[in-house]
Design a binder for this molecule. Structure first.
Ligand SMILES: [Zn+2]
Length: 352
């Protein structure tokens, strides 16, 4: 499947944190042709293994993690008129919600829209105030009696969007954060079919990054890799954005620099990107956290970890926008990195 089509397939499917199973199945279907083993574990992670050429028991492993889950909503109350009250799951920005189409992930999937009091009916002083989650409701057009068999308190709600192609290789959809990273997992394994590699590669679409980092925590503990790299999105450029905190679209993946990223991993990523003339950039990340990289590296006695990010505009909205070329370059860089892993590099990890 072509990369653009893969991204459409991956972003079309729902994967609100804690409800990733449907998305995990789509990942399995797409990554299976390039893997030796694939499964979905009991936490909702989709795990693919591609074995390397090494021989023997003491197998070296690299873990790549990109989160499968997306931000969304949860039902908190079913009101008498059949209107649903909601709260945020993950970092959902309330300002994007009014007027939004949603899918309620109940016993059956129901379509809904997010409504609020029209400006004409607002009391003096009400207009101009920032909108709050309590001002909003989901309307399904159904009565309470019809809803209670399908929806309950705690039912998750997906925010819908349309996959849109813009100019110059830009594409836009909900959940590009981090299905773009998941697409990189598929694309990296695909490229590794053509490239020899010694180490075993675990490519994991992780559950619940947006709420707790759960999937990265449990899979890193289970697999105990020698090296781990998280693939996520980072703030792209755009009007009003602070220049020093953004990574422009089209300038390639951003290699994370910060005290918690292992210096030998970041250096090797940078050196290989330069050697293979892969357009790339760096981003500084002085504090750990915010991605799966931290969850991976604090597992057991510690796992040397790195972060590679895809520049993305409008993060945590229904129009998360990125450039296809940046996704491709990210997969190219990671497949080269993996093909160059050897025992010498493993030794180097101990010498700062
Ligand atoms: Zn993310």
């Amino acid at each position: 499947m072509e990369l653009k089509e893969l991204l459409k397939t991956l972003t079309d499917v729902s994967g609100v944190s804690g409800h990733e199973y449907e998305a995990a199945q789509v990942v399995v279907k797409n990554i299976e042709p390039f893997s030796d083993e694939v499964n979905i574990d009991k936490m909702g992670n989709a795990i693919a293994l591609k074995r390397g050429d090494q021989i023997g028991e003491d197998r070296k492993k690299i873990l790549l993690a990109a989160h499968l889950d997306e931000i969304g909503l949860m039902v908190t109350k079913i009101e008498d008129g059949g209107f649903l009250r909601i709260t945020s799951v993950g970092g959902t920005d309330v300002t994007i919600l009014p007027g939004q189409a949603v899918t309620i992930l109940g016993k059956e999937q129901l379509k809904g829209v997010v409504g609020a009091k029209p400006p004409h009916l607002q009391e003096p002083g009400e207009s101009g105030k920032p909108i709050q989650m309590d001002d909003l409701y989901v309307d399904t057009g159904r009565k309470k009696e019809e809803l209670i068999d399908i929806v309950e308190i705690g039912t998750l709600v997906r925010i819908e969007s349309e996959f849109t192609e813009l100019n110059s290789g830009c594409i836009s959809a909900m959940a590009m954060d981090d299905r773009a990273g998941v697409a990189v997992l598929v694309e990296t394994l695909r490229r590794l079919k053509e490239r020899k590699h010694e180490w075993d590669v675990y490519a994991i679409a992780t559950a619940q990054e947006e709420v707790s980092g759960l999937g990265a925590i449990t899979t890193a503990f289970h697999i105990q890799p020698d090296v781990a790299i998280a693939i996520d999105v980072t703030f792209g450029d755009g009007p009003g954005m602070p220049e020093r905190r953004v990574s422009p679209l089209g300038k390639g993946p951003a290699i994370g620099l910060g005290p918690n990223f292992h210096p030998k991993i970041t250096q090797k990523l940078r050196d290989l990107a330069s050697e293979y003339e892969i357009t790339h950039q760096v981003e500084f990340d002085p504090y750990p956290g915010g991605t799966d990289a931290y969850s991976l590296q604090v597992s057991r006695e510690g796992i040397p970890a790195g972060l590679v990010s895809i520049p993305l505009r409008n993060m945590h909205s229904t129009v998360e926008t990125l450039k296809l070329d940046d996704v491709k370059r990210c997969a190219e860089l990671l497949s080269i990195f993996i093909s160059r892993l050897d025992s010498k590099f493993q030794e180097e990890l101990k010498c700062f």
